[in-house]
Write a protein of this length. Structure first.
Length: 150
């Protein structure tokens, strides 16, 4: 299981997701360019001392990330067609989250193997990207018995 961030805008969310990945043993892919200077100082503010330099990989752009993707790409999107809690996850899946300000472009949307949605009350747009990732990752790890960190 992996998490991937497409051109993240907010360093605090990226730091929180690095911390989540470090705590749960889930690697994180960061697809650049970011909307902020991607530095240890920026990320450490939210990730604290949990950030593991081995726990994330930076990719210069979408193409370089896509070329190295090991398994299925599952996009978390408000325009998804599959509720996340009804989906069957596999250990090699990558959960992709879009930019906080704009999601992902159509090309990336179409490249996803599945488009997952978090059901919400009518009139609500979206959750914070770090909260959405934690919810879906939790279900994916539960289904794949991935909560056995060593």
């Amino acid at each position: 299981m992996r998490l991937a961030l497409y051109q993240p805008d907010i360093p605090q969310n990226t730091g929180a997701l690095l911390r989540l990945g470090a705590c749960l043993g889930v690697p994180l892919d960061i697809i650049e360019p970011c909307g902020f200077a991607l530095s240890d100082r920026q990320l450490r503010r939210a990730g604290m001392d949990y950030i593991d330099p081995e726990g994330y990989e930076r990719h210069a752009d979408w193409e370089s990330f896509r070329d190295r993707l090991p398994g299925r790409l599952l996009l978390l999107t408000t325009s998804g067609d599959q509720p996340y809690q009804a989906f069957g996850y596999r250990a090699g899946d990558t959960l992709l989250l879009g930019r906080e300000s704009a999601g992902v472009p159509q090309e990336v949307h179409e490249a996803a193997d599945e488009r997952l949605v978090i059901p919400m009350r009518p009139g609500r747009r979206s959750l914070n990207v770090a909260l959405a990732a934690a919810m879906v990752l939790g279900e994916a790890l539960r289904q794949t018995n991935g909560f056995t960190c060593e």
